[in-house]
Design a protein around this ligand. Structure first.
Ligand code: ZN
Length: 244
């Protein structure tokens, strides 16, 4: 039997996410909604942590027990402690997978891993978004249709301040005319990274079955293949005799 993938869904969940406009869509928070559909998948065990937990929900114990971390943050990016953001970056470099959702494009771990600003254009106008599968053979696109429609999303637009992705799996079109690389992958050292654009907190994007499929696929794709005990540079013994 394949090993169970342990997922932690991290959310900055605070009073803002408990206002009726958001709580009516996600009564227990987006983190619990995401963990809920992941836990229906055999081979995945998902838990949650939030910014008000001890060590902001990012203790060594939690991260060392996490195969894939999912990150949703927006208005509290700056409140995430620098040492904890660095800890997340290092766990990814050592092999943990990470999935950044929606406004996580300017979280400290996202910018720390990718070395760019994550800058993009945005608009909140309750507009349609059509998600196109740009790389249908990629494992994250498995079972995802050629295209699907989200009735309402926040618009994110190019130019997107990211390095050239390893794969652009999805591209989104927005009703107002903009386009965006909405599903992209990277690898940093041993860790796999996926960013997905959908998921503004007042819209039911994480209830959409295609989005659920994408995130579930991404968890399976990003699971660690190996984890390094440290990031030290080892001094190497010579295998052959060096004549010098
Ligand atoms: Zn948003």
């Amino acid at each position: 039997m394949p090993e169970t993938i342990k997922v932690t869904v991290w959310n900055e969940y605070d009073d803002h996410q408990k206002i009726p406009e958001i709580a009516s869509v996600y009564p227990d928070g987006m983190h619990n909604a995401i963990a809920g559909f992941l836990n229906k998948e055999s081979g995945i065990s998902a838990g949650v942590s939030i910014i008000t937990d001890p060590e902001q929900g990012l203790s060594h114990q939690i991260l060392d027990d996490t195969g894939v971390l999912i990150w949703w943050g927006h208005i509290h990016h700056g409140a995430v402690q620098d040492d904890l953001a660095k800890r997340v970056v290092e766990k990814v470099q050592r092999g943990m997978g990470i999935i950044f959702l929606h406004s996580a494009h300017q979280s400290k771990p996202f910018m720390g891993l990718l070395g760019t600003t994550g800058r993009l254009g945005w608009r909140e106008a309750r507009e349609k978004s059509r998600v196109w599968t740009a790389s249908p053979a990629h494992p994250i696109a498995d079972g995802v249709p050629e295209q699907f429609l989200l009735d309402n999303e926040e618009m994110y637009s190019e130019p997107f301040g990211i390095p050239e992705p390893d794969a652009t799996v999805f591209i989104s079109w927005f009703e107002g005319g903009n386009v965006f690389r909405s599903g992209v992958t990277f690898q940093r050292d041993l860790g796999r990274i996926f960013y997905f654009q959908g998921g503004h907190e007042t819209f039911p994007t994480y209830h959409n079955p295609h989005v659920q499929r994408i995130i579930t696929n991404a968890v399976k794709w990003a699971k660690p293949t190996m984890r390094a005990p440290s990031l030290d540079c080892p001094n190497m013994e010579a295998l052959e005799k060096i004549k010098g």
